[in-house]
Write a protein that binds this ligand. Sequence first.
Ligand code: GRG
Length: 293
Amino acid sequence: MSDLHALIQKSAEKTESILDELLDKEAGLSAPVFEAARYSSLMGGKRLRPFLVKQSCSLFDVEEKTSLRVGAALEMIHTYSLIHDDLPAMDDSDLRRGKPSCHKAFDEVTAILAGDGLLTYAFEVLSDQETHQDPAIRCELVRELAVAAGMHGMVGGQMMDIAAEEKSLTYQDIKVLQDKKTGALFRFALLSGAIIAGKDDQIKSALGQYAEAFGLIFQITDDLLDVEGNADQMGKPVGQDPDKITFVTLLGVEGAKKELQALEKKALEAICLFENKSEYLRLLLQYVISRRN
Ligand code: GRG
């Protein structure tokens, strides 16, 4: 497992450095939006999504420059979603990763614009020929990320989450909601290597099945951390909304832990066709299950 930790750390450093390179420092009247985008993009985070892009790309020997740029574009979308989620109109959160959230460090207008800027810049990066020489592959990456991030994916899931407040949801409802809200970006990450390498539907379906289980494992762990976690390690308060229906309120702590084991088994089965090349995807499941932030 220590190998995996070192690999995640190295991949996170490379993601930080490409984000630093891609995100300009501008002078003049537009400077605050650049500063706020850099502030939120370079303030840490586990960089799990770019790591998944890297692992998916490693299965098919994709060039590192391509996987880094795809990972950076995806991280920009993730960062935009966190900036907007922290706003008073949504989660109203003053802290993110233990530091003032974007609208607290700057102001609401700048935070909204920084989120919008990161969202659109992600597609500028993906569609640039520096990302891949084949325009058909760039186009497929752009389309798949748009589907994952937009109303059919993350934005739709966030709407469902907000609209569901005070409604009683079933396990199936929560699964659909979370699959869109957090699962869709993980799915894009895991499919990215197969898209770039032009792989067939059988390969994409195997990665899709792993992604579905991975997304649920990530979310159930997140819900468990909200009950059992430590605010200092999480970098934000925990247990803020005890009335919210989550996997843990529906399954109970022990039920949720059992579900994690079943999902880990499913995910492992889905990627067995990749044999040794999927070693880190296999180890990553326990890493996510035992994470403390
Ligand atoms: C505003 C369109 C829009 C969408 C927001 C994903 C999301 C939708 C909001 C985030 C709310 C939240 C905390 C969800 C729980 C799961 C999650 C995405 C946690 C944060 O992801 P990590 O743990 O974050 O990968 P780091 O800080 O490591 O990057």
